[in-house]
Ligand binder design. Structure first.
Ligand code: HAM
Length: 414
């Protein structure tokens, strides 16, 4: 089809979002599957919901910066204002609120949604990312924090991270609120100060701006509170020792009510926040419900992938296809298909050549797709049902009967 004179469409994805080619999908699945394995070990059940939410869900109680500057909001054909979810917490709170009476608490839930934020794309920040959300509902005591933080640490370990490579910073919003109560300022000004503190590392003249909001200078080197101290000690007892008290840690959302924590990469080249979470005991308020205490975190795929890259922990690509069946002449494609069907029944993932191409080119195709094994079907093979399995990584070849192909591939005995 000709496109004469018309502007050519770009093959680039929309700004700040990613395409996932099979090699990227492999990493993406590796990260998500590792997260799933660990959270399921702790008894967390998976839930999901739509990307689309009514815009009001975010306007009450989450984060002004996200609502005013970072949401993708539009009006649908029925005049409803709709938002692409910028995070999962209001959605999960909605799900819990809707079935509060039927659900059995404590509730341990997880999800791996994609979420959208209109941000300036940069390292670690994109406009679409996937985020493990792991939350426990119905536990008011610090057992919830201890479980959630040790679970987070165990995901890092399952991804291959050493405890010395990252640090878990922890603080309590109650300490910050107590400190702010010493200033005669409005609730709005307190929130404004917390938002400023959240950005402290990114802005200049923090002290001056803080003074503008609060009317006088503020000192942030307050002592550790008893709750945070206990959490750190209990975590140590459970072999999570890289937790440090961090009095300036706030986190951006208004809904946090107690513990807040954030996991930081300690590598000089990637010294940044990887993920975080905290306690939010009042979020069911927005649905006019009696509150349920909750603790959880959001762990993003972008920052985790950067971490794995920085620490040389990314696995090497391997496709799900085990075997490529090449054909010596197109007249053997039917034989190859028949063999493929038999092997598929035994659980081998097989791709079959379907073009009239030279055998050398077929081998190149399979090797380029990183498929580990290849069998060529020609006159002899069709007749004798004896085959040669070629290991495309080592170049090694072995002769085998049809009945033994699956075993040889399973045991990688080629
Ligand atoms: P958050 O800190 O906004 O918290 O996001 C959690 C994590 O998602 C971040 O630490 C980061 O790993 C990733 N993330 C956030 N924004 C971006 C972005 N623009 N690009 C790439 N990655 C990003 C929350 O969303 C809370 N709802 C988490 C939570 C769950 N708290 C309690 N339960």
């Amino acid at each position: 089809m000709k496109n004469s004179g018309k502007k050519k469409l770009s093959t680039e994805p929309y700004k700040g979002v990613r395409d996932f080619y099979p090699e990227d999908m492999f990493i993406q699945n590796y990260i998500a599957n590792t997260m799933r394995e660990v959270v399921e070990k702790y008894g967390y059940a998976e839930y999901s919901s739509s990307i689309l939410e009514p815009a009001e869900l975010y306007e009450g109680k989450t984060s002004e910066e996200i609502v005013n500057e970072q949401t993708y909001t539009f009006t649908d054909r029925g005049d409803r204002r709709v938002t692409l979810r910028p995070e999962m917490t209001p959605s999960v709170a909605r799900l819990v609120a809707a079935r509060k009476r039927e659900l059995a608490f404590p509730l341990r839930w997880y999800s791996v949604p994609n979420v959208f934020r209109y941000e300036r794309p940069q390292r670690g920040r994109l406009r679409e990312h996937w985020q493990l959300n792991c939350d426990i509902f119905g536990v008011a005591g610090i057992e919830a924090e201890i479980e959630i933080i040790s679970l987070a640490a165990n995901i890092m370990r399952a991804l291959g991270a050493k405890d010395t490579e990252y640090e878990i910073r922890i603080n309590n919003r109650k300490s910050l609120n107590k400190l702010l109560n010493e200033f005669s300022v409005s609730e709005e000004q307190k929130k404004e100060f917390l938002r400023l503190l959240d950005k402290r590392d990114k802005i200049e003249n923090f002290d001056e701006k803080a003074k503008d909001i609060l009317g006088s200078e503020i000192s942030l080197d307050f002592d550790i509170d008893a709750e945070t101290k206990n959490i750190i000690e209990e975590l140590k007892a459970r072999n999570v020792k890289n937790v440090v008290f961090s009095p300036t840690l706030v986190r951006g959302f208004d809904y946090y009510t107690g513990t807040v924590f954030e996991v930081f990469d300690l590598a000089p080249g990637n010294n940044r926040s990887l993920f975080g979470g905290g306690r939010y005991d009042n979020l069911l308020d927005i649905f006019g419900m009696e509150n349920i205490p909750a603790v959880g975190f959001g762990m993003g795929d972008v920052t985790i992938k950067d971490f794995l890259e920085t620490h040389a922990l990314l696995p090497e690509y391997a496709p799900n296809t085990d075997l490529y069946i090449a054909t010596v002449g197109p007249e053997h494609i039917a034989d190859a298909q028949e063999l493929a069907d038999k092997l598929r029944e035994q659980g081998i993932n097989v791709a079959v050549n379907m073009l009239d191409k030279k055998i050398g080119d077929q081998i190149k195709t399979a090797a380029k797709q990183a498929i580990p094994f290849l069998i060529a079907v020609g006159e002899d093979e069709a007749k004798t049902k004896n085959y040669i399995i070629k290991n495309l990584n080592s170049g090694k070849e072995i002769k085998t009967k049809e009945e033994e192909i699956a075993d040889k591939i399973w045991s990688e005995n080629v």
